[in-house]
Ligand binder design. Structure first.
Ligand code: IMP
Ligand code: MG
Length: 197
């Protein structure tokens, strides 16, 4: 199956503008955006740039599953700043089962921010195991596996300036299967049609 472009650069920019405007409107005193590394890195920096009327502080947190079958995670990189009393928006690339978001929300809530809400570029609500409140939501997916704009498989494809849908089975067998197709001068140009190398 060839990869298909789900969100090209213009569609991503439109989502970022909309979500940035919503966050800005709700946070007249400024906001701390907490990006979840590494997947949300590209998204959160664009989001920060799109907010131009209130101050934004950027911070980052990274977590990893330490027992893959238990769904439990540990913090690999923690925030630099104290978020007590601050207005915080947790920024994710995608919310799938909701386990990551639930864990991070609990961790950050313990630090007594004034307000805490969550933003995700992509949302797959049908896969939810833990209910999670997503105040700022980009695009809803059904079951498609996506790559690009921070999203990866084995750390590949993160730098693509668009989000593409790829076949999970193909990627499991060969993580680099889509490299030739998705990189190059014409990749990412035609959102309405499959990209053919
Ligand atoms: P959750 O804890 O199941 O909600 O998982 C969320 C995390 O899984 C995301 O932050 C991503 O890092 C990863 N993930 C989920 N779906 C995809 C996908 O389609 N492509 C790449 N990574 C994904
Ligand atoms: Mg993530």
């Amino acid at each position: 199956m060839p990869a298909e472009i789900l969100l090209d650069a213009a569609a991503l920019a439109a989502q970022v503008r909309r979500l940035g405007a919503e966050i800005e409107r709700d946070h007249p005193d400024g906001v701390v955006l907490v990006g979840v590394l590494k997947g949300a890195l590209l998204f959160v920096t664009d989001l920060a740039r799109s907010i131009s009327n209130v101050p934004v502080e950027l911070d980052f947190i990274a977590i990893s599953r330490f027992a893959p079958d238990s769904g439990r995670v540990k913090i690999l990189h923690d925030l630099d700043s104290d978020i007590a009393g601050r207005d915080v928006v947790l920024v994710e690339d995608i919310v799938d089962t909701g386990l990551t978001l639930a864990y991070l929300t609990e961790q950050l809530r313990d630090r007594a921010p004034r307000t805490l809400s969550a933003c995700a570029l992509l949302d797959r609500p049908a896969r939810r195991i833990v209910p999670s409140e997503l105040r700022y939501r980009g695009v809803e997916l059904t079951d498609e596996f996506v790559l690009g704009y921070g999203l990866h498989t084995r750390d590949l494809y993160r730098n693509l300036p668009f989000v593409a849908v790829a076949d999970r089975g193909v990627l499991t067998a060969e993580p680099e299967a889509y490299v030739d197709q998705l990189y190059g001068p014409n990749a990412g140009e035609k959102p309405e049609r499959p990209v053919v190398a």
